[in-house]
Design a binder for this molecule. Structure first.
Ligand SMILES: CC(C)(COP(=O)(O)OP(=O)(O)OC[C@H]1O[C@@H](n2cnc3c(N)ncnc32)[C@H](O)[C@@H]1OP(=O)(O)O)[C@@H](O)C(=O)NCCC(=O)NCCS
Length: 136
């Protein structure tokens, strides 16, 4: 069956810089040998926190995972690129969209969008209380 979620991309997004690139190792696999979804979720959380912490000019805490979709499996040896963009800010919170692409470890250099997620981070102080975002 063919659907929009299964369409492979031939290149990484143009004019965008990945906030994180990483290659999963065998220790990151599930019992079937493919990459464990929880490992991908932790990497997405790290990737999303990068623009959030920049906007907050300091520490942030993840308060919510609003949406998370695994669109294609991830394999050991894929080169993953994480693209993160702020989609909303509030008084203390920053909501970030994260997209993950995999360069398969194949000679044809296939690129596939594997994951999409939206997470909300809250700017926190040294006592882990929420604090207002700095005014730009
Ligand atoms: C982050 C934390 C300090 C916020 O506490 P708080 O200030 O009392 O929380 P509030 O209810 O006032 O919400 C703060 C902001 O988060 C937003 N928020 C809270 N829950 C949310 C949710 N489920 N989805 C989206 N945004 C949410 C609020 O809308 C608010 O945003 P705004 O200030 O921009 O309007 C607290 O929830 C906490 O410590 N959570 C644990 C964080 C953590 O440890 N994360 C790591 C994973 S274990």
């Amino acid at each position: 069956m063919t659907s929009s979620t299964q369409t492979p991309f031939t290149t990484l997004p143009a004019n965008r810089e990945a906030v994180l690139r990483v290659m999963p190792m065998p220790a990151d696999a599930n019992i079937h040998g493919d990459v464990f979804g929880g490992w991908i979720m932790s990497q997405v959380d790290i990737a999303g926190s990068i623009p959030a912490a920049r906007r907050a000019a300091g520490r942030v805490a993840t308060v919510a995972v609003n949406a998370f979709q695994f669109k294609q499996p991830v394999f050991v040896g894929d080169l993953l690129s994480f693209y993160a963009a702020i989609v909303k800010t509030g008084t203390t919170s920053v909501t970030v969209s994260v997209e993950v692409y995999a360069e398969r470890q194949r000679l044809d250099a296939e690129v596939v969008k594997v994951t999409e997620a939206t997470l909300t981070y809250v700017a926190t102080d040294e006592a882990r209380r929420s604090r207002p975002l700095p005014i730009l």
